[in-house]
Design a binder for this molecule. Structure first.
Ligand code: C5P
Length: 218
């Protein structure tokens, strides 16, 4: 059990972007390779957890021993995440589109002399906030990510209270994060903040999984 401290624990990880259709051939999406989320799913599974990875479209394959649920839209990611509860820990790394197109066209929208179409957007559900406020099924530990280009700690701390989660992994995306293998993160908890040295996404994932194991086996 020493090597598998999360044996018997369940984990939900969301990862990747979401894709929100405009019509059958076009859509709105976010920039996210899914690498950090997949690495966290793998690290939790390595420690013995039973991991469900709810993933938007990525080029990655599921880590061994992880159950992957493929979704496209935020609404699908929300439904798949909520139906995975109860879990002991939820790690929400997905780059969820904030909005979706209100009225998705059933056929391809044509270029017309009248000019470009107007897209009307509506807000997507906040999956992290929903999981954090799940009544009897709230995970013991809910972890969100905050990708910021300035004021990382203050923004992340605001996000922690707004979303009702327990930890935020703050991500400085002002340089070289998207699609790259390295990451510089700050772990923000209710008690404080700690900047981790820049390291590979796999190393960030192992360190986070170790912290999760410590907390859940307390
Ligand atoms: O508000 P913002 O998108 O910056 O928050 C980022 C955090 O919230 C990430 O953990 C992300 O996975 C999560 N999130 C979510 N559902 C949304 C928007 C963000 O789960 N609709």
């Amino acid at each position: 059990a020493a090597g598998r401290p999360l044996k018997g624990k369940r984990a939900l990880v969301t990862a990747g972007p979401t894709f929100e259709p405009i019509d059958p051939v076009r859509g709105l999406t976010n920039r996210s390779s899914g690498k950090q989320g997949y690495a966290i799913a793998a690290a939790l599974a390595d420690l013995g957890a039973e991991v469900t990875l709810v993933s938007g479209p990525t080029a990655l394959s599921a880590p061994p021993g992880v159950t992957r649920v493929d979704v496209e839209t935020a609404a699908e990611m929300h439904a798949a995440s909520m139906s995975t509860l109860p879990v002991d820990v939820a790690v929400m790394t997905a780059a969820v589109a904030d909005w979706r197109v209100d009225d998705v066209a059933s056929g391809k929208i044509k270029k017309a002399p009248g000019g470009p179409p107007m897209l009307s957007l509506i807000e997507n559900p906040d999956i992290l906030a929903s999981v954090s406020s799940a009544k009897s099924k709230r995970p013991r530990l809910v972890i969100g990510f905050a990708a910021e280009t300035s004021d990382l700690e203050a923004q992340a701390r605001a996000k922690l209270s707004r979303k009702g989660c327990d930890w935020i992994v703050g991500n400085d995306v002002s340089d070289e994060v998207f699609g790259s293998d390295g990451n510089a993160v700050t772990l923000i908890t209710r008690g404080g903040a700690k900047a981790w040295p820049r390291q590979s996404k796999a190393a960030v994932a192992r360190a986070l999984a170790a912290r999760i194991a410590e907390t859940l086996t307390d």
